[in-house]
Design a protein around this ligand. Structure first.
Ligand SMILES: NC(=O)c1ccc[n+]([C@@H]2O[C@H](COP(=O)([O-])OP(=O)(O)OC[C@H]3O[C@@H](n4cnc5c(N)ncnc54)[C@H](O)[C@@H]3O)[C@@H](O)[C@H]2O)c1
Length: 379
């Protein structure tokens, strides 16, 4: 006998679709789970657009005001898939209304907002999670298992890149639908909160907490026309960011992100180097994990590419037959599955708001360091 989990989705853009796909698929591929998502209501400001989304994806009803959604007794959990400047207000209100919360990343615009959100969910005792979905790509989850087994030994280096090229044109406006990421008031920051936040979340998960950072940022195009007002406005976000850090385990970190790396669309790569072995992963080849193990004997020693598609690899027993790959969208199905499982076990579904605050602290320290050119400790 399954139990319904009535969902209210706020936003119908990129993530609204990615998450809804997860809710729709999860019961088919994780049939043992007790809870089944029910697409109760979808919410956005434009009635026509949200009705079209609801009809296409199978939501039972719509709302045009998120406060009305939160007031509904038939909603158990809300999914926050709107620009970053709305996360705090919606999440705190949702917690006060006793709703479970699945919130998109970055958790908030800054640490102060994030801390208020953590306090709200902890006070209300509501289940919460943040969609740092890259943790649930099977090859990345496998990396975590290998690192936790101790196979790498002492860790010396961690490095990650997230490279894109979509904002190079100075004619690209900022603000409004689809371009809110370029407007500081809506996004909080540029590549730091948007892209590096993913790299930082994975890094903390794989390699532990960050101790301190030194960073540089650049805004290559200083003014852009605002899409809604038609006026030229100063650009307040970071177009590119690079930072160095120390991890608590004594290893060194090197991170870079930009939207100005011509030719790169979403190149997220990470590498970790230990005393005995190294691992590296690349989003463009996401079902592979590369590993060098110094314990391999001389003749066969070298980098090997693990095709993470066997039934005993993380999550893969749920999908096709060994050798057949899955993709980006499955990371969201996995997060939904883990969230539903957490409702059965009572264990948190990581990363929780509190976990995501650790990433927010690093993001804030990176931006502060870029501004004052000094090292910043993570508080
Ligand atoms: N986990 C990931 O990999 C990942 C990827 C992309 C985006 N994100 C995050 O997801 C969030 C949404 O990003 P996106 O790419 O889906 O954006 P998007 O622009 O595609 O969609 C944003 C949605 O928010 C809606 N919206 C805006 N203001 C609203 C309001 N006041 N009330 C209700 N709805 C409102 C818009 O109508 C739109 O449907 C952001 O926080 C972003 O950082 C995460």
């Amino acid at each position: 006998m399954t139990k319904p989990l009535n969902l209210g989705m706020i936003g119908y853009g990129f993530m609204g679709r990615a998450h809804t796909n997860g809710y729709k698929r999860v019961g088919d591929f994780f049939p043992e789970l007790q809870y089944r998502p029910v697409l109760k209501a979808a919410c956005a400001r434009n009635r026509e657009n949200i009705q079209k989304f609801a009809d296409q994806w199978g939501y039972e009803s719509i709302e045009t005001d998120w406060k009305a959604l939160l007031a509904r007794k038939d909603i158990d959990a809300v999914d926050i898939c709107v620009p970053n400047n709305l996360h705090k207000e919606i999440a705190i209100s949702a917690a006060e209304a006793g709703k479970m919360i699945l919130c998109e990343k970055p958790l908030a615009m800054n640490v102060a907002e994030g801390e208020a959100m953590c306090q709200a969910v902890e006070k209300a005792g509501v289940t919460n999670t943040v969609w740092y979905n890259y943790r649930r790509i099977p090859a990345v989850t496998l990396a975590k298992q290998i690192i936790d087994s101790g196979k790498l030994g002492r860790i010396f280096h961690y490095r990650a890149n997230f490279l894109q090229d979509w904002t190079i044109s100075e004619d690209l406006p900022q603000g409004g639908a689809a371009l809110w990421r370029l407007e500081a008031d809506a996004a909080g920051s540029g590549v730091t909160g948007d892209l590096l936040a993913h790299c930082i979340d994975t890094a903390i998960w794989l390699n532990g907490q960050v101790r301190d950072v030194t960073a540089m940022t650049e805004t290559f195009i200083k003014e852009r026309t605002h899409q809604l007002t038609g006026k030229k406005q100063k650009v307040g976000i970071d177009d590119a960011c690079a930072f160095l850090c120390h991890f608590e385990n004594g290893s060194l970190g090197l991170f870079e992100s930009t939207r100005y790396a011509r030719g790169h669309k979403a190149l997220y790569t990470l590498e970790i180097n230990g005393e005995h072995a190294s691992l590296r992963w690349d989003l463009h080849d996401l079902h592979r994990l590369e590993m060098f193990d110094h314990a391999d004997t001389g003749l066969t020693r070298g980098w090997k590419s693990i095709h993470v598609t066997d039934g005993d690899h993380p999550y893969m027993g749920k999908w096709w037959v060994p050798g057949l790959a899955i993709g980006y969208e499955h990371s969201f199905v996995h997060q939904v599955a883990d969230f539903l499982k957490s409702l059965e076990t009572g264990e948190p579904c990581h990363p929780t708001f509190r976990d995501a605050l650790d990433t927010q602290k690093v993001c804030d320290a990176v931006l502060a360091s870029a501004a004052d050119h000094t090292w910043h400790s993570i508080g």
